[in-house]
Design a protein around this ligand. Sequence first.
Ligand SMILES: Nc1ncnc2c1ncn2[C@@H]1O[C@H](COP(=O)(O)OP(=O)(O)OP(=O)(O)O)[C@@H](O)[C@H]1O
Length: 239
Amino acid sequence: MNALSVDHLSHSFGSRRVLDDVSFSVPEGGMCILLGRNGAGKTTLFSLITGLYHARAGSVLVFGHAMNANPSTALAEMGVVFQQPTLDLDLTAGENLRYHAALHGLPKALSKERSVEELRRLEVADRIGDPARALSGGQRRRVEIARALMHRPRLLLLDEPTTGLDVPGRGALERHVRDLCRDRGIAVLWATHFLEEVSSADRVVVLHEGRVRWGGRADRLAAAVGVANTAEAFASLTG
Ligand SMILES: Nc1ncnc2c1ncn2[C@@H]1O[C@H](COP(=O)(O)OP(=O)(O)OP(=O)(O)O)[C@@H](O)[C@H]1O
């Protein structure tokens, strides 16, 4: 079963169509990179997938649950890290996680246990008692990922998670997410405009001006477009 199926999804702001008949899927336990330049429609797509916007044309299924018909079941399967940071900077890292867990109905003892476990996995457990504002950008992002995992989703969505991080910070974040995918079988949809974040075995969806220009395994992209490498293929599809 697919972790995520997006079928014939369109969206307009007023008369302006910003997503046009978008279809793709993320297999259970798979890593999918949503690749698009600024303004391609990635954030709008995330807003539809997470139910912030109501899909009027097309459908979103999360492990077979339709977001429009059954949003609470679909959302329970999903962890989300939005493009704009959403930690409460006055709360500690641990409090941010436990607050999220309470919203998902986790008992207090379990929430406490999991917050340590998830922060440890993301290598920020030593900062559990520090206010979020005392953490670096990279540490805050890792706390956000730990928070998104508190209710044990099977699908993780990340919208340009490395924006604003330096090169080592970006590499560390990517490594953590790939570990989650490999070790815990969590399906990942990672939106980015950085080609360096694509690995050859990833599934890639190239989005440009609201349309899917190509979808498939990253290492087949260049040949499919008839150019020498992924960078040239991306430039050609979005030029
Ligand atoms: N609330 C809104 N009202 C009107 N137009 C919008 C709104 N949100 C986004 N758009 C437009 O929709 C298009 C897609 O924007 P979106 O933010 O989804 O792209 P993106 O790929 O996430 O870009 P970025 O990488 O810059 O965040 C853009 O042309 C944008 O101006």
